[in-house]
Design a binder for this molecule. Structure first.
Ligand code: CA2
Length: 150
């Protein structure tokens, strides 16, 4: 059975490439999906790529991912929760409750930015954290998940 990786993107990431190129670069979310697909193709795993602006949808996706991981169908999740990173106890609880392997990802180096971006509710529940590699962080995080699973 081909295993799968879920790349999950939170609020406003659908705007990637359209604004704030100095912070996030000029690649669009569609470009990011191509980067992820290429990394997964090379590794022989399937990719599910999801973006939602809604916290509840992200929680549902994590619960589903936990069930799929328990069934041996999913290796883990690369999760850019956007600004919910800094606000959401519910997403923290969802990662813990679903017992799903999550790599927390940020395009920018959140620690070099405003103080309100320095705290993450997700990091204590995540297996690993990646920040500041731009959109290349996505294939790097996929590689990390594969190494951990391997
Ligand atoms: O660096 C990251 O990937 C972030 O998760 C991105 C979030 C931000 O709130 C986090 O602190 C760090 C913002 C995502 C919204 O991205 C936009 C992209 C282009 C234009 C406007 C927003």
């Amino acid at each position: 059975m081909t295993q799968k990786i879920l790349v999950l993107n939170g609020p406003n990431l659908n705007l990637l490439g359209q604004r704030e190129p100095a912070v996030y670069g000029s690649a669009t979310l569609a470009d990011v999906q191509v980067l992820c697909q290429t990394a997964c193709d090379l590794a022989g795993v399937a990719l599910e790529f999801v973006q939602s602006n809604h916290e509840g949808d992200l929680i549902d996706a994590l619960h589903r991912a936990g069930r799929e991981q328990a069934a041996g169908e999913l290796l883990g999740v690369v999760f850019n929760a956007g600004a919910y990173t800094h606000t959401s106890v519910a997403l923290h609880d969802a990662i813990k409750g679903a017992q799903v392997t999550v790599v927390e990802l940020h395009i920018s180096n959140v620690h070099a930015r405003e103080v309100f971006r320095h705290h993450s509710f997700l990091s204590p529940a995540a297996k690993a954290v990646m920040a500041g590699f731009g959109v290349q962080g996505y294939p790097l995080a996929i590689g990390g998940l594969l190494q951990m699973a391997g």
